[in-house]
Design a binder for this molecule. Structure first.
Ligand code: HEM
Length: 423
């Protein structure tokens, strides 16, 4: 049974931490930080019962991996900790009817994962991202033009942070501008977590998710049918037209890949930009430092923003054979959840882990996942977008500040729904 926020006990020891109580994810950030610090101080990972959902009976439970070392080892050993058996993006096993829309490569293992990644990764190399550089810069300039035109401020999330990733991913795929809002609304539902603003009543969640998936798949498949006959230089055309190795995506693969791109590429970067702006508002010394040499500080500052923002809180894996890791025996069939947000605050790896330090170096954060076959495909693009957005903001609105963020109610995405900006 879940408790309501009013009944929540203060967190005094690791026994008070229940990651499967959905209201845990509504606690203030400082309490969540304390909770994960307590979990990291234990010798062994905690085992939790599974979150109840309307679309799957509760599964057997999961170990919460909160230490940086555990997350590296799991990510490096995909044949022992797999993504494919029930999915990596969800703690309960994904029901069969979800696979049509959400069964993309992030939820697969090799060799199927490797085949899909090979086909799509040609479009995500630094060289290809460079091709979109001018578009990213033009889009950021226009966003800041519009911000300045408001005269005094706006909602930072919808008017600034959300616009750049949405436009770029839609441009790459060749999605016309009139569909931006449609795509934005559906990705909000898919990553809406427990938040009633996006997912309504939790009992209706499965239907709403499937509907959003179906609508996005329909949009991309309609465009793809057209591109197969009239190819252009966009991503959809290259994915549905056989390339040099004769490999191409089927329509179902294209649909679920598009859904993955839209949700993975939009919300994550949006939230990194929003958290970054909040960090700059709270730390004027770091803003002044960044302003003193914008080009020079940007690469490390962006890394530090992704570390502290950790826009994706976790991924899940399933154990394929009995295995001892860092002193603990994991048995075949057990689940482990990799809490990146926690690993990015692990004092065993990061000095002064709660400090926002734009010169931090080294900064081996796991915000884009650990080292392994699923490491974020869009990491180059995301870094580029965040860099260009902040460069434009710092140059043209150096005094911009944001208010208290209104956070998304979710255990999976560290989302910001709204946050007023003023200058
Ligand atoms: C700050 C922004 C971003 C963050 C924090 C982020 C984070 C992540 C994480 C944690 C994973 C899973 C890694 C794993 O399972 O080991 C992932 C995978 C992925 N991301 Fe990102 N991501 C971001 C931006 C993007 C963008 C812009 C795109 C695409 C346009 C993208 C596309 C993907 C894809 C396709 C995968 C699956 C890769 C695979 O399974 O091989 N991401 N990302």
């Amino acid at each position: 049974m879940t408790v309501t926020p009013a009944e929540q006990r203060p967190i005094l020891s690791a026994d008070d931490v229940d990651l499967s109580d959905r209201y845990f994810w509504q606690r203030p950030m400082a309490e969540r930080e304390k909770a994960f610090e307590l979990l990291r101080s234990l010798d062994r990972p905690r085992f939790y019962r599974e979150i109840e959902t309307s679309f799957a009976p509760p599964g057997p439970g999961y170990y919460a991996l909160v230490k940086h070392a555990d997350i590296l080892e799991v990510s490096r050993n995909p044949e022992i900790f797999c993504s494919g058996d029930g999915g990596a993006t969800n703690i309960p096993d994904m029901p069969a009817e979800f696979a049509e829309y959400f069964g993309s490569m992030i939820n697969m293992d090799d060799p199927r994962h490797a085949r899909l990644r090979r086909i799509v990764s040609r479009s995500f190399t630094p060289r290809m991202i460079k091709r979109f550089e001018a578009d990213v810069e033009a889009a950021a300039t226009k966003i800041v033009d519009d911000l300045l035109e408001t005269g005094s401020g706006c909602d930072f999330v919808t008017e600034v942070a959300a616009r750049l990733p949405l436009k770029i991913i839609c441009d790459m795929m060749g999605i016309p501008e009139r569909y931006y809002r449609f795509v934005f609304d559906r990705s909000n539902i898919i990553l809406g977590g427990f938040d009633p603003e996006y997912v309504g009543d939790v009992s209706q969640l499965a239907g709403r998710l499937l509907n959003a998936g179906m609508e996005l798949q329909q949009l991309v498949q309609d465009l793809a049918a057209h591109r197969a006959e009239n190819p252009t230089d966009d991503l959809i055309s290259s994915l549905v037209t056989a390339n040099i190795d004769g490999e191409k995506l089927t329509m179902q693969e294209l649909g679920s890949f598009f859904i993955l791109l839209v949700v993975a590429g939009n919300e994550t970067t949006r939230n990194a930009i929003s958290h970054g702006m909040r960090l700059l508002t709270l730390h004027p010394d770091q803003r002044a430092l960044w302003l003193s040499d914008i080009e020079g500080h940007t690469p490390r500052a962006v890394k530090e923003i992704v570390r502290l923002a950790s826009p994706v809180n976790y991924m899940r894996r399933k154990v394929t054979r009995d295995h001892v890791m860092n002193g603990h025996l994991y048995r075949k069939g057990e689940k482990v959840v990799l809490y990146y947000w926690s690993a990015n605050r692990d004092a065993a790896v990061f000095d002064n882990p709660y400090a926002f330090d734009i010169t931090r170096d080294p900064n081996p954060h796991v915000g884009f996942g650990g080292p392994g076959p699923h490491f974020c495909l869009g990491a180059h693009l995301a870094r580029r977008e965040i860099s260009v957005m902040f460069r434009e903001l710092l140059r043209r609105v150096p005094q911009l500040e944001v208010g208290e963020p209104e956070l998304l109610f979710s255990s999976f995405i560290n989302g910001v729904k709204r946050m007023t900006a003023h200058f």
